[in-house]
Design a protein around this ligand. Structure first.
Ligand SMILES: Cc1cc2nc3c(=O)[nH]c(=O)nc-3n(C[C@H](O)[C@H](O)[C@H](O)COP(=O)(O)OP(=O)(O)OC[C@H]3O[C@@H](n4cnc5c(N)ncnc54)[C@H](O)[C@@H]3O)c2cc1C
Length: 339
C-alpha cells in the first residue's frame, strides 16, 4: 500500500459490543444468521451488527416497521405517526436516535433479527487525512483523530469510528480493512513555491505531512501555518513538533488562535485578516493557499477573509476579488480539504 501527502485513510469501524448486545437482547433469535447488506452472505447477527450495519441514525424504514406493529388507535402509534408525517421533525428525530433508543422505547414489540437488520443502512467507512509523509514514514500512517462524544438523553454517545480508534482498537493489532483514498490536495510541484496552510483542529493533519515532506526533500519555499483550537493548555496539537519545525526553519511563520483563552473569541480567520497585507504579497508571488478542517463554519469564514484580503490589499472591486479567488482555485493555487 502506498500513499502521498494529502491522501486520506479509509477505515471501516466496529461498533462497541455493549451497543450490539443491547440490540441482540431485544430480538427473539439472537443466534440467527442474517444476510449482509450487499452480498447477501449469511453471517451471525453479532458480526453483522458489529461490522456491517449502521446503528445510528435509526432508519425511517425501521420507524415505519415499528408503526405497523403498534396497536391501532394507541397513543404510541399516533405520536409516532405525527413525527413521521412532518419531514423536518422526522429528520431531527432520527438524527438524535439510534436503534437501541427505539427498541427500548417500545419494549413490548417483538422482533426477529432479520426484521430489524433489513431496515438498517450499510455501515460506511470513515476517512482520516494522513498526518505523515510517506518519505519520512514509508511503513506507517499517522492520523489526527478527534473523538466525537456527546451525552444525549441519559446515554453517552460516541462517533463509531473515532471511538473505535480511541477506545476499542487493541494496540499493535492491524486495523482491517483500510484503504487509501487518493486526493487532489497536493503540495506545489515546484519546491520553491511558498505555502500558506490553514488547519485548525484536526485540520492540521495533512499539514504535518506536508511539513515533514518539505523538510525531507529540502524544499526551499517558505511555509506559514495557521493553527487554532479552543485552549492552548489542552488542545495545542503537535506543539513540540511545531516548535522543532520552527527551530529547523522549515516552518517560517506560525500563527495560533486559541478561541477560549481570552474573553473575545479569536479564530484563525482573524489572524489571517490581521496579516492580510503580507498574505496578499505571498499570494501575489504565487504562494499556494491551503485550508483543511471544518467545512460548516471555518472554511467558509476563511474563504470570505481571503476574498476580503484580495479586495483590500490587491486593490480590486469585490467581484474582481471573487473572480481572482475563483481562478486561484481553478489553477490549484487555492486548495481545500474540508469535511
Ligand atoms: C476527506 C476527509 C478527511 C477527514 N479527516 C479527518 C481527520 O483528519 N481527523 C478527524 O478527526 N476527522 C476527519 N474526518 C471526519 C471523519 O471522517 C469522521 O466523520 C469523524 O471522525 C466522525 O466519525 P465517527 O464515526 O466517529 O462519528 P459518527 O458515528 O459518524 O457520528 C456522527 C454524529 O452522530 C452522532 N452519533 C453517533 N452515534 C450516535 C448514537 N448512537 N446516538 C446519537 N447520536 C450518535 C455523533 O455524536 C456525531 O455527532 C475527515 C472526513 C473527510 C471526509
Amino acid at each position: 500500500m502506498t500513499y502521498e501527502c494529502g491522501d486520506a485513510l479509509g477505515i471501516l469501524p466496529h461498533h462497541p459490543s455493549d451497543l450490539v448486545h443491547r440490540i441482540m437482547d431485544r430480538v427473539r433469535d439472537p443466534d440467527a444468521l442474517v444476510p449482509l447488506p450487499r452480498s447477501g452472505e449469511l453471517v451471525p447477527l453479532h458480526q453483522a451488527l458489529t461490522q456491517h450495519y449502521a446503528l445510528h441514525p435509526v432508519s425511517v424504514r425501521f420507524l415505519q416497521a415499528v408503526q405497523e406493529k403498534l396497536p391501532e388507535n394507541s397513543s404510541d402509534r399516533s405520536q409516532l405517526e405525527a413525527i413521521m408525517t412532518d419531514p423536518k421533525i422526522r429528520r431531527t428525530y432520527v438524527v438524535e436516535r439510534d436503534y437501541v433508543d427505539i427498541l427500548s422505547q417500545y419494549p413490548r414489540i417483538s422482533w426477529f433479527a432479520e426484521e430489524v437488520t433489513q431496515t438498517m443502512r450499510t455501515l460506511l467507512p470513515r476517512l482520516y487525512s494522513m498526518a505523515s509523509s510517506p518519505s519520512v514514514y514509508p511503513a506507517e500512517v499517522h492520523l489526527t483523530v478527534a473523538t466525537v462524544r456527546s451525552h444525549i438523553r441519559n446515554r453517552m454517545r460516541g462517533g463509531v469510528a473515532s471511538t473505535y480508534l480511541a477506545d476499542r482498537l487493541p494496540l499493535n493489532q492491524p486495523i482491517l480493512p483500510v484503504y487509501v483514498k487518493a486526493s487532489n490536495f497536493r503540495l506545489p510541484s515546484d519546491p520553491s513555491t511558498d505555502t500558506i496552510m490553514v488547519g485548525p483542529g484536526t485540520g492540521i493533519a495533512p499539514f504535518r505531512g506536508f511539513l515533514q515532506e518539505r523538510l525531507h526533500t529540502g524544499a526551499t519555499g517558505r511555509n506559514w501555518l495557521f493553527f487554532g483550537e479552543r485552549r492552548r493548555q489542552y488542545e495545542y496539537l503537535y506543539e513540540d513538533e511545531l516548535a522543532s519545525m520552527t527551530r529547523w526553519g522549515i516552518l517560517t511563520h506560525l500563527d495560533l488562535a486559541f478561541s477560549r483563552d481570552q474573553n473575545e473569541k479569536q479564530y484563525v480567520q482573524h489572524l489571517i485578516e490581521k496579516h492580510g497585507n503580507t498574505i496578499w504579497k505571498w499570494i501575489d508571488k504565487g504562494a499556494h493557499f491551503y485550508v483543511c478542517g471544518d467545512a460548516a463554519h471555518m472554511a467558509r469564514d476563511v474563504d470570505n477573509t481571503l476574498v476580503n484580503i484580495v479586495e483590500k490589499h490587491g486593490n480590486k472591486k469585490t467581484d474582481a476579488a471573487r473572480e481572482y479567488v475563483r481562478a486561484m482555485r481553478k489553477n490549484k493555487q487555492y486548495q481545500r480539504d474540508v469535511y
